[in-house]
Design a protein around this ligand. Structure first.
Ligand code: IMP
Length: 432
């Protein structure tokens, strides 16, 4: 059972970092397949914090090779900072430890300017993007104008592509957004220099490495970024990111077939959070929401924004199980709910007076639904030392059992605190 996808089952920030970090110790390859530095997770290395946005957290495990695949949008400046931060901590000594696809799409300064300027123009209607240039970079990919990672190593090609890009982008920047334009020679020199720093990490076709590893039954972990409900096609469009975040994207992003994936682990919190704008049926705009936000330290690792908090939405989770083909879930941050006298979950929605039990595909409909909630009795016992499901307070067990039954898959992992040890391993990872 070597090919496992770890996918966010909500609106991102479900705690994939912790799960991937722990799993990486057992994996030979960890592959990031989509998104860019809109993602982020904080790792603690020798007591020091490192925030990674692009490099998979498997980088902390010496035997595990990390790959950034062609489905990723890559900001070279951010990548260089991350590499430096890891090297400063004595990590990433061997460039073979990290391989970056020649086909990855570059995020350029004009993408960031366009992303941020569009949001400014939209005002109250904004998407609430991370401002990292993700959408405009994927647009260039789709319109076949993208500058790719491989172009950084060929001065002439880089210059030609930049010139073409700047003709269009500078026009937009100057005449539509009314911002200062970018200069070709400066940009060319800067990015060519970035290429020289990043050259040792390049790889032509990581899909071949992954397929070969899988054929030899090596353990490969595919790390998703963001979450299902932010998927460009299956999320709450237009309040989504610009890549496909669902498990199937591991295949298209890396260049392997669906038959190579054996297991899909959906990561979900025991409640729900969302950053950015867009519908959120179970949102709690009250003191319970504030409490969850504080106790769960719900601030974005990338933008530092306060995350919106609410009850667990089982209609949304059931949808995520379906569109990803999730085979089991990792239930994160159960401990955050400790001490609440009552815990609720959404088991249906009321849409204009009609009860619905499937996730609406229209964000307008989702904006109008009212959640129909089921109530559970809370618990007070500290969960941080619990290592077996049977040791959970009976109220917490009833909560977990209900979730599993409702969505039709088991929780193989239950997280009861931020530390690696604060985890209930119901089932080993690389086994049926
Ligand atoms: P973008 O990906 O920066 O274009 O932002 C589009 C939407 O996705 C916004 O609502 C962001 O807040 C959200 N988003 C992007 N990346 C993440 C993430 O890693 N976690 C949670 N939300 C994200």
């Amino acid at each position: 059972m070597p090919g496992i996808v770890v996918v966010g089952a909500q609106w991102g920030d479900e705690g994939k970092g912790k799960v991937v970090d722990v799993f990486s110790s057992q994996a030979e390859l960890v592959v990031r397949y989509q998104g860019g530095n809109n993602a982020g997770h904080t790792l603690v290395v020798n007591g020091q914090k490192t925030v990674l946005h692009l490099i998979p957290s498997g980088i902390l495990h010496k035997k595990c090779q990390c790959i950034i695949s062609g489905g990723v949008v890559l900001d070279p400046e951010v990548l260089i900072e991350e590499i430096k931060a890891l090297k400063d901590k004595g990590l990433l000594k061997d460039p073979n430890h990290l391989k970056i696809s020649d086909s990855a799409t570059l995020i350029m300064p004009y993408h960031k300017i366009i992303d941020q300027s569009r949001e400014e123009k939209l005002g109250r209607e904004k998407i609430g993007t991370t401002g990292r240039g993700i959408g405009p970079a994927y647009e260039d990919r789709a319109s076949r104008k993208a500058i790719l990672f491989r172009d950084l190593f060929d001065s002439e090609t880089l210059k030609q592509k930049l010139q073409l890009a700047l003709e269009e982008k500078n026009f937009l920047i100057e005449h539509y957004f009314r911002k200062p334009t970018l200069k070709l020679d400066e940009l060319h020199q800067k990015y060519f220099d970035f290429g020289q720093i990043l050259k040792p990490f390049r790889i032509e076709d990581p899909g071949l490495v992954v397929a070969t590893a899988l054929s030899k039954k090596k353990k490969v972990l595919f790390e998703g970024a963001q979450g299902t409900l932010l998927d460009l096609n299956h999320g709450t469009y237009p309040y989504v990111t610009s890549s496909s975040t669902v498990a199937g994207s591991a295949c298209t992003g890396v260049g392997i077939g669906p038959s190579q994936i054996n297991k899909v682990i959906g990561i979900t919190k025991a409640y729900t959070t969302r950053v950015g704008t867009g519908p959120f049926p179970t949102e709690l705009n009250n003191e319970v929401g504030d409490l969850i936000q504080k106790k769960g330290a719900e601030f974005g690792a990338t933008t530092g924004r306060r995350r919106r908090c609410g009850w667990l939405d089982l209609i949304a989770l059931k949808y995520a199980v379906r569109v990803n083909g999730i085979t089991s879930v990792a239930l994160m941050k159960l401990d955050v709910l400790t001490g609440l006298p009552e815990i609720k979950v959404a088991t249906a929605y009321d849409l204009d007076g009609r009860k619905i039990t499937e996730f609406p595909t229209s964000a307008d409909d989702l904006e109008r639904v009212k959640p129909i909630l089921k109530s559970f009795k809370g618990w007070t016992k500290d969960l941080s030392t619990v290592r077996k499901k049977s040791q959970l307070p009976k109220e917490a067990r009833a909560y977990v059992d209900f979730i599993e039954k409702f969505v039709g898959v088991k929780a193989d992992i239950i997280s009861t605190g931020p530390d690696r040890e604060e985890t209930i391993w119901v089932k080993p990872l690389f086994k049926h």
